[in-house]
Each structure stands twice: as structure tokens, then as C-alpha cells.
Design a protein around this ligand. Sequence first.
Ligand code: BES
Ligand code: MN
Ligand code: ZN
Length: 505
Amino acid sequence: MDIHVATTAANAVAADAVVVGIFKGSRTDGFEGPAAALDAALGGAFAAMRRDGELAGGAQETTVVHTLGKLETPRVVLVGLGPRKDLSFEILRRAAAAGCRAARRAGARHVALALWRPELAHLGIGATHAGEAMAEGALYGLYEFKKYKSNHESNGDNGKRVEQITLLGEDEAALRHGSERGRVIGEAVNFCRDLGNEPPNVLTPTELANRSRAMAETYGLECEILEREQMQELGMGCLLGVAQGSAQPPKFIILRYQGDPGGAPGLALVGKGITFDTGGISIKPAANMEEMKMDMCGAAAVIAAMQAIAGLKPKINVTALAPATENMPGGNAYRPGDILRAMNGKTVEIVNTDAEGRLVLADALSYARAHHLSPIVDAATLTGAIVIALGNVRAGIFANDDDLARQIQEIGEEVGERFWTMPMDNDYDELIKSDVADVRQSVIRREAGSIGAARILGRFAEGAPWAHLDIAAVNDFGSARPYADKGASGIPVRTFVTLAERLAK
Ligand code: BES
Ligand code: MN
Ligand code: ZN
């Protein structure tokens, strides 16, 4: 996708559609900015529509108006921005996304976005920020995963594609600067979504490793893939235990970005990479099991975040660790009752083979500690319990460091990936006591399932500031939204990238 910046006025641009923003207003309210200019050029058409109860300006509401030869552009897409006082980066990002989607539905190939002007800077959004929000939103909104559809007719969009985006505005240099960052982040987020959406027969641990290696070559990152024998040498008994029921070989994916050569080992981003979770011997019910192809979204997020970090070049060292395997009930599968030993020497009593994520993470966190990486942040579609607690609106943060948790939650609010910090009292350890091993694999009586899982992870991250993001549910949109197709969401790529930048010198 080409993204350009131009200072052309909205009523003079020769795009197939121009997207303008309108704030929430009543039937008698006028418009401002490009919407007002276009309304005047169209003889008050928008004002008339508003009097009739249309164009109320609710966030992400879109209306396509044909200009019948009166303007350079054949159509205007009016997109709601919600109440003026609530304008934010996220509102702008979603407006760009929803506007582009509406323009594509109307058949536009070249879409111009006129969503920002300098008068809006006092609402807290400058030109650079606006350029970023619009570019990222456009890429985000236009994303679709249709590669396995044989013909366009069955796509629902008749094969319509947007090929060019032009951001309109006065401060050209700032808009361009911001849009470049938005493109880097947007492309990384969409890479994450592609990995999440791929079917599990295609995206095996081997394929995830291959795509990581290809990305690393393109973006100049170091990539190391540990094979089963190397995991054995390192004593990664928990990851190997999960992997032993699958015919697919496990891969331990390592990506390194050296932004501060000679500096501290730096940030570790750790992601759960279960390319399919059947539950193993403690097998899951059949209903919705296909959703477990996305049990590698934590891994996808850390791999994709590295792509954006390589593009943005913050002054910090960052290592991504993605333990990848299937969780299958093969003849050699691990069993409830087994005791596994992680790389850091601690033993885990297995009680339910469906609690596999914490096991693969145990070895990855041990690896991060052995390499003195700090802080450590992991993302995992870890527990059904967090889906019950927070739904698909917010992801849970669990941390051994309050400052790190606060920083992540704050960044999340800014970039539009929402989190909520959950309790981590020592008292919860009552739930994960084992009579035979150092720790029990999952809580007794299903109490506080997400906290118990996080407390287990904490045993392997011990000694470093660490935060765990339980992204089960928010990793997948389930159904389409005005600003996004259904499928993988790309959360929390933007938080990871922004965190790396904030921790940089
Ligand atoms: N991958 C699942 C968690 C999950 C559930 C993700 C729903 C997305 C949507 C995880 O491996 C799992 O199965 N967790 C179990 C743990 C239990 C057996 C202790 C759960 O939460 O039910
Ligand atoms: Mn599971
Ligand atoms: Zn799982």
C-alpha cells in the first residue's frame, strides 16, 4: 500500500473518495474544517442530511455521499469522530480505519484522508500524531485475510482493493514523519494478524520459525531457532513435555535486535506459541476448538513487534523468545500425573495437559533469566478464566513489579490496547502447592485461574522485573467491527513496540 502526504484541499483532491471527519452534533449544528468546505461546495447537502437526522457524528459511523460531478472526487465518506472534547489518537485511528473500509466498499482505489487540521492540536493531537493515527488506521482497517478464497465473488467485496492512500493536511513534514511511523507499526500489526489467522495445518511450529527467519532477514535482525536436541541440552523439560504428543517438531524461536551494542542485555519479549491447542490427553470439547489455532498469538505479537522495533530503531537491546509447539494427544503425549523439570531446575506436577501454555513459558522465562534479560514481558492466550473476568475488552496484566505494570497499562491506554492490572498476592500460592513437585501446574478447585497461572509463571521469572499479559479473548475480534475485519486483532504489538521505545535511552 502506498501512503502519500499532500497539502491539496479536500474539495480539490482527485482521489476516488475523500474521507472527512465530523464531530457528534445535533440536527441544527454546522460542520467544521474540510466537512464544512465540502458542504459549501455541495450546496449545503450535508447540513440538509443532518436536519433529516443523518450524519449525527457518532464514533466510526460512516456515510458515503456521491458528489455527482460537482467536485474533483466522486464521493465523500463522512466518518463520525464522536464528541469533540473526546478526540484522541484512538478515535482518529479508528475513524481512518472505518472511513477506508467504507471507501473500499464503494469501490475506491485511491482514498484521501482529511481527518485532521491544526485547530485540533489543542485537543491534544498534533500533526505527527495525526499522521501516525491515519496511516496506521488505514492499514488496520483495510486488512483482510482472504488468501484461501478461490474467487473474488465469494469474498463479499467483489475483489475491491484500495491501492493508494493520501493524507491531506497543512503540516506536510510532520504528517509525513508520523505516517512513516504509522506505516511501520501498522505493517507489523498486520503481520501479527496474518500469523494468527493462518490455519494450524499451515502455521506449524516449523512454519512459524521459517516466517520469523524470513522477517529477520528482511529487517536485519538476528534469528536463532533452537531444535529439539538443543532444548534437551538446555533442560527445557516443560516445553519438551508438551511437544512430545505432537508429530510436529517444536521450535524455540529467538530474535535479537541490537539497538544498544555494549549496553545491558535489555528487554525480553516472550510469547506463547502453541500453534494448535487440542488440550492434549485432557482434551478440549469439540465446540469452538478451531479457535485454538490462535493459541500462538502471544508468539505472533512478539515476533511482529520485533519487525516494528527493527524499523523504528530505538536505542535498546531487545530479545524476542517464542517457544512454539502443538499440544496434541499423540501416543507419546505427556500425562496428568507426570512431573516435568524446567530449564531453571524447578519441577511441575502435571494435573491437566490443557494447561500447557504456562509450561512452554516456564522454559522461555528461565531462558530469559539465564541470559540476564530485564525487564521481561510475556504475552499469552493463557486462560479461559481471564475471558470470564475481563471479556474481550481488556487483557489482564500480572506483574511482580508495580511500576512496570503501571507503565504497560498507561501505554495501552495511549495506543488503544486496553489492559487491567490484576492482583498478585502471595496468598494465592495456596492454590498451586504440590505434594510431590515444586509447584502444581494449575490451581485447585478452579479458583482464581488466571492469577494462579500468573503465580506459576512468576516462579520462572523470579529475580527480574516481569509482567505477564493474559491476552486470551482480546487476541481475536470474533466478529467484524466498523474499524476492523474479524479474526486476529494484533494485540499487544503496539504496546510492545511503545514499551521498547520508552525503555530506550
Ligand atoms: N489456550 C487455552 C486458553 C484459552 C481459552 C485461550 C479460551 C483462548 C480462549 C489454555 O491453554 C487453556 O486451555 N487453559 C485452560 C487451563 C486449565 C486447564 C487449568 C483453561 O483456561 O481452561
Ligand atoms: Mn490449553
Ligand atoms: Zn493453550
